[in-house]
Design a protein around this ligand. Sequence first.
Ligand SMILES: Cc1cc2nc3c(=O)[nH]c(=O)nc-3n(C[C@H](O)[C@H](O)[C@H](O)COP(=O)(O)OP(=O)(O)OC[C@H]3O[C@@H](n4cnc5c(N)ncnc54)[C@H](O)[C@@H]3O)c2cc1C
Length: 462
Amino acid sequence: MTAAPRVVVVGGGLSGLTAAYQLSLDLPDAQVTVLEASAAPGGALHTVDFPSGPMELGAEAFIGRRPEASALVAELGLADSLRHPGTLGSAILTGGRVVAMPPGTLMGLPSDVDALSEVLGPAERAVAAREVDLPLAWEPGSDVSLGDLVAERFGPAVVARLVDPMLGGVYAARSSGLGLRQVVPGLAQALDRGAPSLTAAARELTATRTPGPVFAALDGGYRVLVDALVAASGARIRTRTRCTSLRRGADGYAVAVHADSGPSVERADLVVVAVPVPHAAPLLTAAGGLDAGDPSLSGIRTASSAVVALEIDRSAALPERSGILVATDEPVPYKAMTFTSRKWPHLDTRPGHLVRVSFGRLDDDEVLRSDDAALTRMAETGLGELCGSEPTVLHSRVRRWTDALAEIGPGHDARIAAVRAELADRLPGVELVGGATEGVGVPACIGSARAAARRLATKWQD
Ligand SMILES: Cc1cc2nc3c(=O)[nH]c(=O)nc-3n(C[C@H](O)[C@H](O)[C@H](O)COP(=O)(O)OP(=O)(O)OC[C@H]3O[C@@H](n4cnc5c(N)ncnc54)[C@H](O)[C@@H]3O)c2cc1C
């Protein structure tokens, strides 16, 4: 192999940029080109400028207790920019009331049913309380639908008022379509070790939680991370450049692109595909990496959502909470509100309150047909109902995220392992990364991209 491979990264979101950065470390002579269809790199990391300062329209934070994002931030010299939420807790909107998230829950799973009196009626609580005594047939290493398991054992109200609202913000899918092992790995491991019920497993995990903040964000917003990755990778970033096909030839890969200047071809020895499933699956299938009709990748469903970001006058009586999750049986059009400036003390210095209102779940996204003005109106009305009077909006922006979040179903890891094996065999030197592989979310995408880049570098150096 030549010492300086040509690398094309398809997709300039977090996954693509992280892969480019890792390749710059492992193959310093590589010529890396990142193809990004939109006007700027970053993908779902999308910080915009409000008159009062930066505001996130995509991802807002990351789980700081997972090592991947914290390590990358430190490596890029951004550790001083890390910020953590304040002490305000979140709440649930259920039965027309805003109630505190019950203590001792794990992704909405109760470890203490007595704490659920605000969210469940007496009959629903009695059903949930029996979970601890129900026999549990658990095969170590297996995986099941998280929502189905919880509904079967605790009753459907726990899913609708606790688990689905908790997961809706992160996955935008209902828990019935999500695999237990990927979404709550600790719980699956506790069951593997022999926990006799979900209550017992949740108790074990909540009792051993490390104190301290779970989440972290960056002062200046995710833009800071995107800019640092672009700079540290040294990659050529081609924005407004869409990859239209990938073809294997005698001299590596031909990556066809369409840019404002017209169509052209990039040549590559190594390719990283870092685009969401609806783009990745047809690209890899047409390239011969997967069989036409093979559902292993194309069968992964994706959810669309929209974020309305607002700055409202401080005269609004915003609840003293970090945000509100919405029970899925609640008749409001939005699924969550984050009171951004209440949640993050470093943003509580702005002239107004910063608020993000999220819309759209998988199989429940009719609301996304509304235009931007209507979504903004719904956000304002929802806030008005919570605050007692409609807020005065100082500034607002709407951003839609089409097919951005994958539904990580039961058995996902085995499915992705099979996809990777097919690709390694049929398209050597091509790696798939991103939120449909090792899991949704910033840390998972970073981990997936770094591991894939390392595999490419190792193979190239062999
Ligand atoms: C609204 C929202 C809020 C979120 N909040 C959080 C959060 O708070 N914490 C957290 O950990 N995670 C959060 N996530 C998830 C996290 O942001 C994503 O998992 C992660 O950023 C995905 O990165 P990615 O690079 O894999 O994909 P993307 O960000 O989707 O990037 C893919 C890129 O590929 C480009 N592209 C697509 N097709 C082509 C093509 N044919 N050619 C060239 N380029 C193409 C796209 O324009 C895009 O820029 C959130 C996601 C969304 C949508």
